[in-house]
Design a protein around this ligand. Structure first.
Ligand code: FCB
Length: 446
């Protein structure tokens, strides 16, 4: 254990951080015995990902993590949230471990601790081992056990140095888009398979929490939920109903069973066939915090062509938007923080918030991303106002440290505080990097 005091141990206890995920930044997809994930497969299917982009190289973080940690030190963050690539440590998802992959995260964790940055380890940010998907992936009940065994491996290996563990990142997003609406790996659009996946991921969460508690007794554990207000796209009864159903799948399908031991009404009877007696007690295990990702409200519409009867609708024309068209609405963030606080009564860590744009290097070789700065300033102000109104928010992490592989949108969409020049892998801090560094150092610590 390092002697360096962690920067996250500020007197006010508030944690400022940045987040990334394995498939989006690591690259080295075939190095050192890493197995294939469903995203490796998905990226190779024609027409799935913009420009045919893949995570094969991404930000080459696997080889450049020291440089990336040095950037975080310059930024002054107290914490770094990353995910472990399941197929890097268990190439087939279960059974034989891959020592080289495990050793990579040893180095990463040790280097973070030496820099005074607390590692926040997320077990699953969407890169399911392909071999497990071949067995049915999240649509089969065994997946909960596979996940728990993987969690045990990670807890045993890193639990002496890592305290913060998250089970899943945005379970609603990867299940909805992976199994229901399309757009994410494994690319299934089937309402019944979606419901099975929802339930099995919930079971995997509960099982992993138990394993982490048993094997890493000092662990502080949570799950990371993407939570947004849903608004009807048009002022019609159909769109209002669609917004409500969409919201149940998105906001409640995981957080409610995990925290309140019940499924939301819109899903309850549909999930029933996949439940066994005692399942809700297996899912609802005590956790220490609620990880919240939030970007913007979502406009929903009824859609007869969708497997679920709902889909994304247009936002009103006069709504302010980010560079990639997501509505900007800081008050919705404030309301969300308060709503999550009231509903679940857990300390909240905002583990993703950020601004996406199609940016290019400026003529002087810099990136003056004033709109991102304005977005982050407005959203952090909204967070402060939620805290003043009583929400128990303990930390805020920007998505993302680096520009990276933005799933089916490929590399064109950039969310980083640091610009990545992909052909050379040069890292160029944007204006927002300096802005965030100032915010962190200027925020009073008591
Ligand atoms: C979230 C994902 C993250 C990233 C951001 C922009 O939904 O968790 O990986 O893609 O959106």
């Amino acid at each position: 254990m390092t002697e360096t005091p962690l920067r996250s141990e500020r007197r006010d206890g508030f944690v400022w951080g940045v987040s990334t995920s394995s498939y989006q930044i690591e690259g080295a997809a075939r190095d050192d015995g890493r197995g294939a994930s469903i995203w490796d497969t998905y990226c190779r299917q024609a027409g799935r990902v913009a420009n045919g982009d893949t995570g094969d190289v991404a930000c080459d973080h696997y080889h450049r993590f020291r440089e990336d940690i040095a950037l975080m030190r310059d930024l002054g963050v107290g914490a770094y949230r990353f995910s472990v690539a399941w197929p890097r440590v268990l190439p087939h998802g279960r059974g034989r471990t891959n020592e080289a992959g495990l050793a990579f995260y040893d180095l990463l964790v040790d280097e973070l601790l030496a820099a005074g940055i607390e590692p926040w380890l997320c077990l699953y940010h969407w890169d399911l081992p392909q071999d497990l998907d071949d067995l049915g992936g999240w649509t089969v009940r065994d997946s909960a056990g596979w996940f728990a065994d993987y969690a045990a491996l990670v807890a045993r290996r890193y639990g002496d140095r890592v305290r913060r563990f998250a089970t899943f990142n945005e379970p609603s997003v990867f299940t909805l888009f992976g199994y229901g609406l399309g757009g994410n790996a494994p690319g299934i659009t089937d309402a019944s398979l979606l419901l099975r996946a929802v339930h099995h991921v919930n079971l995997g969460h509960g099982a992993a929490v138990d394993v982490l508690r048993a094997l890493a007794p000092a662990a502080s554990i949570g799950a990371i939920h993407n939570w947004q207000p849903f608004l009807p796209s048009r002022d019609t009864a159909e769109d209002k109903a669609a917004a409500e159903r969409f919201s149940a799948y998105w906001n409640l399908a995981f957080a409610d069973p995990q925290q309140l031991a019940c499924y939301p009404e819109a899903l309850a009877s549909a999930v029933e066939p996949w439940q066994r007696p005692g399942d809700l007690a297996r899912i609802c295990r005590p956790v220490d915090w609620f990880g919240l990702n939030h970007y913007s409200p979502i406009y929903a519409r009824a859609d007869a062509n969708s497997a679920l009867g709902f889909g994304f609708g247009e936002a009103p024309a006069d709504v302010e938007r980010t560079g990639i068209g997501w509505p900007i609405h800081p008050e919705a963030f404030r309301d969300t923080l308060l709503a999550v606080h009231r509903r679940y009564r857990l300390p909240i860590y905002v583990l993703e918030n950020g601004f996406g744009a199609n940016e290019e290097l400026g003529p002087d070789g810099d990136v003056l991303d004033q709109p991102r700065i304005e977005y982050l300033a407005a959203y952090t102000a909204a967070m402060r106002s939620a805290i003043t109104a009583g929400a128990d928010v303990r930390g805020y992490f920007v998505w993302s440290l680096l520009d990276n592989f933005e799933w089916s949108s490929g590399y064109r969409l950039r969310f980083g505080l640091v610009y990545v020049d992909y052909p050379t892998q040069r890292r160029i801090p944007k204006a927002s990097f300096a802005w965030y560094a100032r915010l962190i150092s200027a925020t009073p610590t008591s």
